[in-house]
Structure formats: structure tokens, C-alpha cells
Design a protein around this ligand. Sequence first.
Ligand code: ZN
Length: 263
Amino acid sequence: MQISPQFPQKQVFLASLLITTLFLSCEKKETELPSCDGVEWSYTGTEGPAEWEFLCTDYTTCGGERQSPVDISNAVPDNSLGSLQYNYQQTTLSLVNNGHTLQFNVAAGSSMEIDGQSYDLLQFHTHTHSEHTLNNQEFPMEFHFVHKNTATGDLAVIGVWVSAGAPNAFIADFVAELPMEEGETLQNGLSFFPNTLFPENLSYYSYEGSLTTPPCSEIVHWRVLKNSIQLSSDQIAAFMDLEHTNARPVQGLNGRSLLLFEE
Ligand SMILES: [Zn+2]
């Protein structure tokens, strides 16, 4: 009588499957992430950008497929996007050093519009060097104007690149008083319109992406202006001395479309 060789093979297969499953579930337990309460992140070392997605449960999106910033090259012209629609009100300088960036808080009442939806301007802040790159070239600085759609929770962020050149008159009014310590705020009564920091021509690149800091939520309609503004080398150096490098490296586009609207 011939014994079918399949039977013992099947047993071995099932046993190894069981062992593998046990092993995998053990391994999964070992890599369970902590809650993000009190978890620190930074731009270097063991809490740096490559590690963000592994730091805690709410930061796993940092390893997602629709992340920001990205390199901007080969953008496809699409004039159906329409001009940048914003309505900014005058605000008073309130500049906070939050330990990650210098953040300009603005008074309520400024907004922009995308596809008939209104997004309120919450704040703008700085990165040194730039986060978005143009044909793999970085700029010394980038401003981010963060707007929120209160109905959907989506964000719209306008990125403005900075080139080294002529001194910027608005920045000159407070660059000597930048808040050097984390938690410090500068309020000197200076009144201004946030679009003071926009270039004249508002052509822009458009793509769908994320916050560039943890939790890296993929909820951002990006508008990166094609034209840069200028700050003098000394002005840029003042921000750099304070922020060092607070720029996340560029992330893969992963098939997302990158469009260009030209004024
Ligand atoms: Zn930013």
C-alpha cells in the first residue's frame, strides 16, 4: 500500500503556518507604537524626519503616499485652476518662537477661496532652508501661509520661496527683535497685510499633499508660488541663526499630479 506523501507534507505546512503566525503576532506586539502625548520630534537624529512615522500612533501618516514637501519639476500647465483668490485683512505683528518655527499669528478675518470653499488664514511661518525644491534646487527660506476650511477641516497652504537679494522692508522692521527663546513672543504694535510677503506675480504650482510636520495629515491643498520674494542675506541669516534647519526633505510624488497656473 502506497502512503500518500501529501498528508505529512500538509501537516508540516500547517505547523509552519502556525509558527509563522505566532511569530508575526509576537513581533507585531513588540512594534506597537505609543500614544503621541508628550512625544517630541525634531529635524535631526533619532527624532528626525526619517523616524517620524515610527515615533507614535498618530504620526504613522508621515510614512504615507501623499506627503509634503515635494520637488517641483515638470509641472503641467492648467489654466482652468484660476487665479489665487485671497482676501486678507490688516493684522498686528504677533511673532511666536514655538521651538520648531517662527510663527506669525494673524487676526481673524483673512481668508482665501478654492473651488467655492472658504479657508480662513490661521497663521504663517518660516522654514530655513526651503521645504519645496524647484528642479532639485532649494531656496534659502520658505514661508507657509496656513488656511483652514472650518466646515471640512481641510487646509490650504500657500508656499512662498525666498531668494537672497534686496532687503525686505517689512522684515527690516523687526528682524533685530526676533524672539530668540522658545515660547517667547514679539509684539511691537506693527500693523501689516500678510500679503506684504507675496511676490507681484501670483502664478502658482498646485498639488495635493500633507502637513510637513507630524502628524503629517494628508489634508493640504498646496499652492506654491512660482515667483520668489527677496530678503537680504543678512535678513535670511537672522532667521537661519535662530531656526537652523527646520525643513523636511522632499517626499515622493507617487503619481500625484503637479499643475501650474500662470498669471
Ligand atoms: Zn510649514
